[in-house]
Design a protein around this ligand. Structure first.
Ligand code: ZN
Length: 347
């Protein structure tokens, strides 16, 4: 079968067509014939070597997946060949207390599709069957191919970690990015007041359409214009929730946080490290919560909520898998607004 992968880390040009044997499902596993995937920051980090983790080469990236169940292993129930599915993004050891209680994301041996194992830039992908979700037919395969990672992590950040409540205010950093956009749409649908933060003037208008009540230009300095603007917008109080997929300096975030507020962090593209003023932190009774991925159960709940509220992904570009390098270039140029979809169409 065909896949796009890389034998060495580097620029988009390292992505090559690779022939690999089709995986066969073991007990409690299934294989999915991939219809669509989409480009996530994780794909870029893996390809460029930016994760700083050790992994064997060649590697096949790709965390999002929509497709059709190809083969079902022994012991699998509730999923059949031919089912239309998406996959959650993370699995654990399968045996620990967290895995057995549906919190695989908290397993100490967590692994992510396309990161620790080969992902959806391959024609056929093997996953533990519990990761497969049969979503509503109201979503097209194209839409489904760009939802799992961004939707589920945004859901976990807002619902599970921040315990967002209607009427609260959420600041969303990197609002025009994959998870930022889903966080914005989910927050709006949850009845939150939304302050979207972006680096690009050009993204202000589409962000407004996507649900931003206010838009603030990114400026990470601790006493800068961004903080003043947020404080003005919140009557001097700050926001209850900060959703941070980029790694804004933590003291700058605390400066914009209301007393008792929650900062949820799940990315480091702006800053891998950040120093924390412990005094400012506890004087505000602040909470800082890390999130990576979400469980299959959470993805399922997120889909139900998204469908009920009419949330659809914004797709900016659709390319064949053979043009994955171009898709990576586009993603890194930040010129697009919305997801970059990759279609498996070989012959
Ligand atoms: Zn486990």
């Amino acid at each position: 079968m065909k896949a796009i992968g890389f034998y060495e880390t580097g620029g988009p040009e390292v992505l090559k067509e690779i022939d690999i044997p089709e995986p066969m499902p073991s007990r409690n596993e299934i294989t999915i014939r991939t219809s669509f995937t989409s480009v996530n920051n994780l794909d870029i980090l893996m390809r460029s070597g930016g994760t700083k983790m050790n992994f064997s080469l060649p590697h096949i990236p790709g965390t999002d997946i929509s497709g059709i169940v190809e083969k079902v292993g022994e012991g699998v129930s509730g999923i059949q060949e031919g089912d239309r599915v998406v996959s959650s993004t993370v699995y654990g050891c399968g045996d620990c207390r967290q895995c057995l209680s549906g919190n695989e994301v908290l397993c100490k041996s967590w692994k992510v599709l396309g990161m620790h194992v080969w992902g959806s830039y391959a024609e056929v992908v093997k996953i533990p069957s519990f990761m497969a979700i049969k979503p509503s037919k109201r979503y097209s395969m194209e839409e489904l191919g760009c939802m799992p990672l961004s939707l589920s992590v945004s859901w976990r950040a807002l619902k599970v970690a921040a315990k967002a409540e209607e009427g609260e205010t959420a600041i969303i950093f990197g609002a025009s990015g994959n998870s930022g956009l889903f966080s914005l749409m989910l927050a709006k649908a949850m009845g939150l007041k939304t302050i979207a933060v972006t680096r690009s003037e050009k993204k202000k208008e589409p962000l407004k359409k996507a649900g931003a009540d206010h838009i603030v230009m990114y400026n990470p300095s601790e006493n800068g214009a961004m903080q003043n603007e947020v404080l003005n917008l919140t009557g001097g109080e700050g926001a209850e929730i900060i959703i941070d997929p980029i790694g804004n300096p933590i003291n700058s975030s605390i400066a914009m946080l209301r007393h008792g507020g929650r900062i949820i962090t799940f990315g480091t593209s702006a800053n891998p490290e950040s120093s924390l003023s412990i005094k400012k932190f506890y004087w505000k009774s602040a909470s800082l919560i890390g999130v990576h991925n979400a469980s299959a159960k959470e993805l399922s709940e997120a889909f139900i909520f998204a469908e009920k509220k009419g949330i659809k992904p914004i797709i900016s570009k659709r390319l064949p898998m053979q043009e994955a390098a171009e898709a990576h270039r586009l993603f890194s140029s930040s010129e697009t607004f919305g997801k970059i979809l990759l279609e498996h169409k070989w012959k």
